[in-house]
Ligand binder design. Structure first.
Ligand code: SIN
Ligand code: MN
Length: 251
């Protein structure tokens, strides 16, 4: 369903909007049926990229939208693309996509960050929109995403590289900045059911806790970039599984 003016206003005020039940249980079942093969695929053959937890469990799979037909179709879903194109005011292409796995009892924390804390270094302006599709129920226990409502209006904050907390180098906001800026009442838990979809601004501060539950917490996140915001040359260009260079408008 197209968003109303009030729903766009909600996104602009809070920096995010959660749409319940955008995908049907049948669509979610199909997407979940593909996951084992996507987690275990042969990287040399499929050109996807996988990050692992310290335990060895897969933490993220990048690029499913390029190689798995159901994920490709999902990244082109009209009820996702409609609002994304309206929010950017232009055609968009897929910047990257990832399945964030966060397996039962194993999935680890994402420290507070803005995605643009990473993407600024890729030579783009903060015009990207992310869309997170819940593939499993997301609860407080299984480490649902948490956001700081309205934090996109702060503009990009300094990030530092944390290399100790998880297996993965994470750019995150430092504690003094968090203490100064984050109010407890602005922290929102994005709990929901499979098929719910979160849209969020690239400067929205977000993170999530450890999965302390027997429920896995898989999500599929697609980041879209304005087609007029192609990356400018940078000193250390990142690989194309994380900074796509296929500038094809998705429709
Ligand atoms: C992310 O920020 O990309 C990951 C957050 C999460 O999966 O909880
Ligand atoms: Mn993020």
């Amino acid at each position: 369903m197209p968003w109303s003016d009030a729903e766009y206003a909600e996104f602009r005020k809070n920096g995010y909007r959660l749409v319940r039940g955008l995908l049907s249980p049948q669509e979610i079942a199909g997407l979940n049926a593909d996951v084992p093969a996507l987690l275990n695929g042969d990287e040399a053959a499929d050109r996807m990229h996988r990050e692992r937890e310290k335990s060895g469990a897969v933490r993220q799979v990048y690029g499913a939208d390029r190689y798995a037909p159901r994920y490709r179709a999902l990244a082109r879903h009209p009820e996702i693309l409609g609002p994304v194109r309206e929010l950017t005011g232009n055609d968009v292409y897929v910047w990257h996509s990832k399945i964030n796995v966060k397996d039962a009892f194993e999935g680890t924390v994402w420290l507070w960050h803005q995605d643009y804390g990473y993407w600024m270094w890729d030579g783009v302006e903060p015009k990207l929109i992310s869309v997170m599709v819940l593939l499993d129920r997301a609860t407080i226990n299984n480490g649902c995403l948490m956001v700081v409502a309205g934090s996109h209006t702060w503009g990009r904050q300094e990030h530092y590289a944390d290399t100790v907390t998880t297996s993965y180098k994470q750019w995150c906001l430092d504690v003094p900045t968090l203490k100064e800026r984050v109010r407890e009442d602005d922290i929102r838990h994005i709990t929901g059911e499979p098929g719910d979809v979160l849209f969020f601004d690239c400067n929205l501060v977000h993170g999530s806790g450890h999965n302390m539950s027997p429920l896995p917490r898989k999500t599929f996140i697609v980041a879209y970039n304005d087609l007029a915001n192609k990356p400018k040359p940078v000193e250390n260009p990142r690989p194309d599984w994380v900074v796509a260079r296929e500038f094809e408008a998705v429709r």
